[in-house]
Design a binder for this molecule. Structure first.
Ligand SMILES: NC(=O)C1=CN([C@@H]2O[C@H](COP(=O)(O)OP(=O)(O)OC[C@H]3O[C@@H](n4cnc5c(N)ncnc54)[C@H](OP(=O)(O)O)[C@@H]3O)[C@@H](O)[C@H]2O)C=CC1
Ligand SMILES: Nc1nc(=O)c2c([nH]1)NC[C@@H]1CN(c3ccc(C(=O)N[C@@H](CCC(=O)O)C(=O)O)cc3)C=[N+]21
Length: 285
């Protein structure tokens, strides 16, 4: 019987802490924190994420204007909106929802965001700072995973961690954070020769593939900690992760559910990063 790592519950606890902190800081700064969100097109998964963010910001007292742009918006228009949010003194964080439509080059947009407002941690300056080991804004999902591990008292130092996936948004920063926490880290991807041979070595296994239920018990060492980042919808429209929870849970020592695991921690961390940028910009401790 594995410990279920309840991200939903922990995220609610973190949000309560954030709400309290914002209540104390807003009078000192003369305004609440601000998070500007740019959403291009009408990808339903993106809208669901934005809706959850909206509710979390409202609850915590974060000013969170949303810029909804049609699918056929030009690169220049998105750039102009980024410039406006960069220049807006009430805005501490900027999030451009990914994926962008194919005609808008993602790298150009991410490069335009002021690194001090880059609450997603995707700007090359912030990626570089993370690699160097400087304190900076770090991508929300992997940071949320580290918070989940630490709040549940799961040791990372000296453990063998295997990360499945190497994206900018999850896999790569996840591997860097585990490395910074003194794990021995292996990163696997679609060209990895023998995936289950690698994953069966893992004390901590993080799946961020986007392949529904691919990770069965055959990929998992007994007693491993299993973190499921994947979010897909099955044919009934239900959310499922990359991990086959029913087969893996009996042999794992701890495991995250989907939904209710990593997803809510991503949103709690987005608020945390917004708070971090707000405090820095206002010279509050
Ligand atoms: N819970 C949350 O808060 C979040 C969840 N997600 C979810 O996490 C998942 C991953 O997202 P993201 O990182 O953006 O996805 P990407 O598609 O950008 O990356 C997927 C990675 O998995 C690798 N991969 C795919 N198939 C296989 C395979 N069969 N064997 C080995 N490696 C494979 C790819 O390898 P290669 O590089 O070789 O192509 C790639 O590195 C998605 O389900 C997404 O919805 C994402 C962000 C936040
Ligand atoms: N610039 C940018 N930054 C991101 O961080 C980013 C992004 N673009 N694009 C899309 C992915 C995906 N992502 C999710 C975060 C939380 C949930 C989440 O809260 N999930 C809930 C359930 C949500 C529901 O019920 O629909 C859960 O897992 O329990 C889902 C998905 C962030 N991403």
């Amino acid at each position: 019987m594995a410990t279920i790592l309840n991200g939903k519950e922990l995220a609610a606890t973190l949000r309560a802490e954030q709400t309290e902190e914002i209540r104390k800081l807003a009078p000192l700064a003369g305004r609440p924190p601000g998070l500007g969100v740019i959403l291009v097109g009408d990808d339903p998964a993106s809208h669901a994420y934005v809706k959850n963010k909206r509710n979390a910001c409202k609850e915590a007292g974060i000013h969170a204007p949303e810029i909804n742009l049609p699918h056929d918006t030009t690169r220049e228009t998105v750039m102009e909106w980024v410039d406006k949010l960069n220049a807006d003194p009430r805005i501490d964080g900027i999030l451009v929802q990914l994926p962008l439509p194919p005609h808008i080059p993602k790298d150009d947009i991410l490069l335009r965001i002021d690194p001090e407002k880059d609450v997603d941690g995707f700007h090359p300056i912030n990626v570089g700072r993370l690699v160097i080991g400087e304190d900076t804004l770090v991508p929300c999902t992997p940071t949320g995973v580290m918070t989940l591990l630490s709040r549940y008292g799961i040791p990372v130092k000296g453990k063998k961690a295997v990360v499945l996936g190497r994206s900018l948004i999850v896999g790569k920063p996840m591997a860097l954070l585990l490395l910074a926490a003194d794990a021995t880290v292996t990163i696997c991807h679609s060209k990895t020769a023998n995936l289950s041979e690698e994953t069966r070595q893992a004390d901590i296994l993080v799946a961020a593939l986007g392949k529904p239920l691919m990770i069965t018990k055959d990929f998992v060492k007994k007693g491993a900690v299993v973190i499921d980042v994947g979010i897909s919808r099955n044919d009934k429209g239900k959310l499922v992760g990359d991990v086959d929870f029913d087969s893996v849970e009996p042999i794992a020592s701890a495991i995250t559910p989907v939904p209710g695991g990593v997803g809510p921690m991503t949103i709690a961390t987005l608020l945390e990063n917004t708070l971090k940028a707000y405090k820095k910009r206002n010279h509050l401790s």
